[in-house]
Design a binder for this molecule. Structure first.
Ligand code: NAD
Ligand code: UDP
Length: 312
């Protein structure tokens, strides 16, 4: 198949491009390089089945493909809040442009949605039928509401135009090829620990997240794209249900780096969700999928990557 990956030069997108090429597909990677890097896909350039296009998903583009993975969107709060209006445009106009392409060429299309659609959740762990608790006017809403509208568009293009859609709600994912200045907690802690700096714990550090290693996630995403079922168009959570406080994560990172660490407490960002854990029953039942990489092992691999990057 010929497969388009928007945001393909980003963290998750680059792993996805690599896996799809390994499976023998032609892969078109589309990116505006806002938070992505050519370096993430440089090792794929020798492969004649791989193409790169510098393009912004907020603008229309006409390509002929069989499948579309729509991953273009900054994912770290630091980056999606840098230009919030652009973040909304990327999610909303990006979804419209990519759904329009899917409709025109009859391609199957998968949207990278997020656990952020649950906001600061009052239901725990989060199941797909929970409508969420999102602040529509806060600093995180450009991302949260943008992704929620993208989901709406995916469901409406499916119901109205019969586009063959998939929606994955991705929970916190980590691994090699995150940027050193990504701003998300796993990369921050690892880079800080490797440089011998204090680990910046926001708030009390008792808020929780559940961290999925990128290889597990990519496995689940490809499986969702290629599974057929009556209710397959409805969202599917993908993530690792292992739940950790940020204080616990700091200790795990210390062990993975093999250094003593010290903590610097910093203010908690506004609307920071207090707890997050995926219920993955639907993914298990539909895709026979569950994550296999424990946090300790995934952190080791991520530490190895950042050590090389930093030159430790
Ligand atoms: P990332 O920032 O590394 O990748 C996003 C990519 O999209 C980058 O390469 C960036 O340059 C590109 N991009 C941004 N705006 C664009 C635009 N307007 N046009 C074209 N390209 C654009 O982030 P990631 O962690 O790889 O996330 C990928 C996708 O997965 C995002 O849609 C994100 O919302 C979603 N997601 C990620 C996580 C996670 O924990 N990593 C969790 C939930 C959802
Ligand atoms: N966080 C932290 N220190 C950091 C970066 C983040 O304590 O240097 C916290 C942040 O407040 C949040 C959690 O870690 O509670 C996860 O943050 P991240 O930005 O990685 O993801 P998200 O909040 O979008 O789930």
């Amino acid at each position: 198949m010929r497969i388009l990956v928007t945001g393909g030069a980003g963290f998750i997108g680059s792993h996805l491009c690599e896996r799809l090429l390994d499976e023998g597909h032609d892969v078109v990677c589309l990116d505006n390089y806002f938070t992505g890097r050519k370096e993430n896909v440089a090792h794929l350039l020798d492969n004649y089945k791989f193409e790169m296009i510098r393009h912004d998903v907020t603008l229309p583009i006409f390509l002929e493909v069989d499948q579309i993975y729509n991953f273009a969107c900054p994912a770290s709060p630091v980056h999606y809040q840098y230009n919030p209006v652009k973040t909304v445009k990327t999610s909303v106009m990006g979804a419209i442009n990519m759904l329009g392409m899917a409709k025109r060429v009859n391609a199957r299309i998968l949207q990278a949605s997020t656990s952020e659609v649950y906001g600061d959740p009052l239901v725990h762990p989060q199941t797909e039928d929970y409508f969420g608790n999102v602040n529509p006017i806060g600093l995180r809403s450009c991302y949260d509401e943008g992704k929620r509208v993208a989901e709406t568009l995916f469901m409406d293009y499916h119901r109205q135009n019969n586009v063959d859609t998939r929606i994955v709600r991705i929970f916190n994912t980590y691994g090699p090829r995150m940027m050193q200045n990504d701003g998300r907690v796993v990369s921050n802690f690892i880079v800080q620990a490797l440089k011998g700096e204090d680990l910046t714990v926001y708030g009390t550090g008792e808020q929780t997240r559940s961290f999925c290693y990128v290889d597990d996630l990519v496995e689940g995403i490809i499986s969702l794209m290629n599974t057929e079922a009556e209710d397959i168009h409805l969202p599917v959570n993908l993530g690792n249900p292992g739940e950790f406080t940020m204080n616990e994560l700091a200790q795990e990172v210390a062990q993975a780096v093999g250094k003593n660490i010290s903590i610097a407490k910093m203010p908690l960002p506004t609307d920071d969700p207090k707890q997050r854990q995926p219920n993955i029953s639907r993914a298990k039942q539909l895709l026979d999928w569950s994550p296999t990489v424990p946090l300790k092992d995934g952190l080791k691999k991520t530490v190895d990557y950042f050590s090389q990057q930093i030159g430790n």
